[in-house]
Design a protein around this ligand. Structure first.
Ligand code: HXC
Ligand code: NAP
Length: 279
């Protein structure tokens, strides 16, 4: 879909880039010519991912951080900037999430998720953004949210609150920082199978039920999301700012439309309706 040098010379920092969708994006960005920076808490996971990404011909910088702590992500940004000479793109991808009845949540459980998702995305955005502003150069931020950032969702209240906040940050800074040539967008994925998300979020027997909610009848493929992300962080998307792009096979609008359950009607049912109208 893309010319192989679409992201050539760009340095892209991906939080939580050692696993799941973060790693899939890193691999695709690397194929398209970018230098990659990945950070998260687990050094061994980051190093294994870096090895895979390097095989695509990319230069990779790795440093651990707990994104809940500003100083740790600020140090990653500082070291990566020195290593590559700048950072062009930040992808806010790191996340934590689990399902639980909300009345059972401890204050620390709520804070843990909001700390990773909302505070962490803010920390990384501010650490990179300040450098872009001080160096009078533009930049791009792409944040991973979900469709329940605007619909809300039962059983994931901390994540829903945090993702709604990340979306609000995206739209707010898209205006505030446009004068610095910094643009911010978000992707709202539906279900894309990854090890940790499935472990934390999908109870036994629910995967098939989940797929039935999706009009296209399947979950997302990592390369589909990685290609969308590649476009949004590239020069080709330079007039897209403050937007959230949903990639969910039609899942959330399917839950929203008043008459959408009529997709269950058979041709015979529609014939009967036609008879009724004639009468
Ligand atoms: C209730 C829980 C819990 C659970 C942990 N806690 N798991 N409460 N149900 N399943 C509570 C703990 O008891 C503790 O509170 C507090 O949360 C912090 O737990 P820790 O284990 O100390 O936290 P930490 O080591 O920081 O781990 C964070 C984590 C963990 C989120 C709990 O799962 C993690 O690191 N996850 C990262 C990967 C991940 O979650 N990926 C999924 C992203 S998917 P107390 O009070 O006991 O101290 C995603 C997709 C969304 O976002 C959309 C899908 C369509
Ligand atoms: P994942 O594999 O669980 O990745 C989450 C990453 O975040 C891990 O690499 C983890 O690494 C890192 N992380 C967690 N806590 C951290 C902390 N305190 N500091 C630094 N890094 C931390 O998740 P995924 O399924 O690929 O999801 C990626 C993104 O897409 C997330 O933002 C998620 O909310 C969003 N999303 C996913 C889906 C889906 O279906 N998969 C759907 C909608 C939205 P460490 O453990 O090493 O720290």
């Amino acid at each position: 879909m893309f010319q192989q040098d679409s992201l050539k010379g760009k340095t892209i920092l991906i939080t939580g880039g050692g696993t799941g969708l973060g790693k899939s994006m890193a691999l695709r960005f690397a194929e398209l010519g970018a230098n990659i920076v990945i950070t998260s808490r687990k050094k061994d996971v980051l190093e294994a991912a870096a090895h895979e990404i390097e095989k695509k011909g990319a230069k990779v910088f790795v440093q651990t951080s707990d994104i809940r702590k500003y100083d740790e992500i600020d140090s990653v940004v500082d070291q990566a900037w020195q290593h590559f000479g700048s950072i062009d793109v930040l992808v806010n991808n790191a996340a934590g999430n689990f399902i639980t009845p909300t009345e059972l949540l401890s204050p620390n459980a709520f804070n843990s998720i909001v700390g990773i998702v909302l505070n962490g995305s803010f920390h990384a955005t501010q650490a990179v953004g300040r450098r872009w502003i001080n160096n009078q150069r533009g930049g791009r931020v792409l944040s991973m949210v979900t469709t329940y950032a605007w619909t809300g969702s039962a059983y994931v209240v901390p994540s829903a609150c945090a993702k709604a906040g990340v979306l609000a940050m995206t739209r707010s800074l898209a205006v505030e920082w446009a004068k610095y040539k910094i643009r911010l967008n978000a992707i709202a994925p539906g279900p894309f199978p990854t090890e940790q998300a499935w472990e934390n979020l999908v109870p036994d027997g629910f995967e098939e039920k989940w797929k039935k909610r999706i009009p296209l009848g399947r979950s997302g493929r990592h390369e589909e999301l990685a290609n969308l992300a590649s476009y949004l962080v590239s020069d080709f998307a330079d007039y897209i700012n403050g937007e959230v792009v949903t990639i969910d096979g039609g899942e959330w609008v399917s839950g929203a439309g008043e008459m959408n359950m009529l997709t269950e009607m058979s041709p015979e049912d529609w014939m009967k309706m036609a008879e009724r109208f004639k009468k």
